[in-house]
Write a protein that binds this ligand. Sequence first.
Ligand SMILES: [Zn+2]
Length: 529
Amino acid sequence: MNEIRVEKLYTVLQGDFSIDEYKEACSQLKELSLEYRSLKNGENINTGEKVEKPSQIYAKEHRVFVNKCLSPFPKRGERKNVYIKWVDMSSIIDGGCDGTEIHLDVMTPQMLLTDYYFYLNNADWFDGERNINRRETEIFYKPWYYAFDQNEKTVFNEKIVSKLKRKVNDEYEWFEAEIYTEGKNVENEVEGNLSFCASKFEIREIFLEVKGKVQNKDLQKAIDEVDDVPNSSQISKMTTGGSAGFPDNVGCNSKAYVYNVGQANCIYIYLKNFTGADIKVFFDAGQPLPFFENGISTNTDLKGTTAVTENIDKLSHFKPDIIIISHWHYDHMMGLLTLGDWAYEAIKYKKKNNCQWIAPVPDHDAWGKYRRLLNYLIIRKKICFVDFNTSQTNSGKVWENKNKNVIIYQGNKWEAKDLNCSSLILKIKDTVFAGDCLYQYWPDELKNNINDIQNLVVPHHACELDTSNEGVLNLKTNFSNGKAIICSGYNTYSHPNNDHINLLKQKFLFVETTGGAANSNKFERININ
Ligand SMILES: [Zn+2]
């Protein structure tokens, strides 16, 4: 039955790209993965010629997969068919956006096919039988990211935008479009950046001509199917039992590195257990926004080579055991899309690790923007979600280890347009990583024990406080010899706020800011005691 569905999709896609080329790439992948496996097992088949290393074969496979099975960028002179959908970034961006910027979800026909195979074989919510062909594309299947965003050359075309922004049944619709490298000056053309990420980010300038809505019913159905997500009863929720990947007890010499990623959070923790081994934890890995002004990105942290760009580029080398996303804002999770195979357990590391992801249940817009990442992690059973209602019945405490020196909390207010108030908070011994959860939304247990806090990664980039916030911070009567670290760089929100900083200075010996391009320091270090 599935074969019929796939054959139908082939027919539908026939005009949009070369199916034969795709099939050829698939058989190439099959051969390469056999070669990879035999080399890994130490079988030396290739006696005469120079023998390649497994890593070289792997790199070759990856190139075939990306270039032929995803095919994100048009070649010079090529007109590439794609499918596009408007993305509303207003609740995904910390502080929101005015909605006039152009952000599109994009899909090539190759991606549609690769997604389709993957979901057909693996997704419970995808209607169909399992165990069909094209397992070879799955070996490399990683939650890549692919999107169109406006840049400084974009001319805002109200006619196109209003067309794309029209909702049907409360959802934006998929359109057909063409992308190409040289402009033609036609009516429905818009110029901007095409971003693609399968471990590292690549951004290229392209032109995009919007055609009409997707016309073919079968094509529309296939797109809707891969665009679909599981319902909330199908996703696994965090429970109080289990290890969540953390050790029962945390030993001495644990350290946290708060990376300078500009106006974003990226924290990497080396947690010592009692055998001296490290458990490595990401608590957020975000990227700063471009911050547009009249369509021009003003963010100096991202221009040229800075401590910020160098840190972002290096993320793919990290091998975390646990990844916690405090909340679904761009500046706290976008860097996770650049992580290497380790985090996703692709071919190389299969069965060697079990990187565990923890995050709040995503809201509607986060599902839209990060659908492929979320679906992948759910299918691979790598993510546990924190349910707000459950955490609140437990006074905001989500989970703790046996010795109660690692605790995950959740902020106590749910607001769709302000995910900060339900941000996760991580407490390890004397150190609190507050995500974007401001003090007044902290669970009572954390507020009541505020004097125990020696180190604090300051909530919400040290934004301006009001009396309710200050009141909580003033509960801290013990002066700490530790550090308060502010994650902040170039921004237009006036972060960090001076009054907030001064208040922190009365409570902590050191108050440091990661600083963005203005600071050449790569990170701030915390010794957890
Ligand atoms: Zn933030």
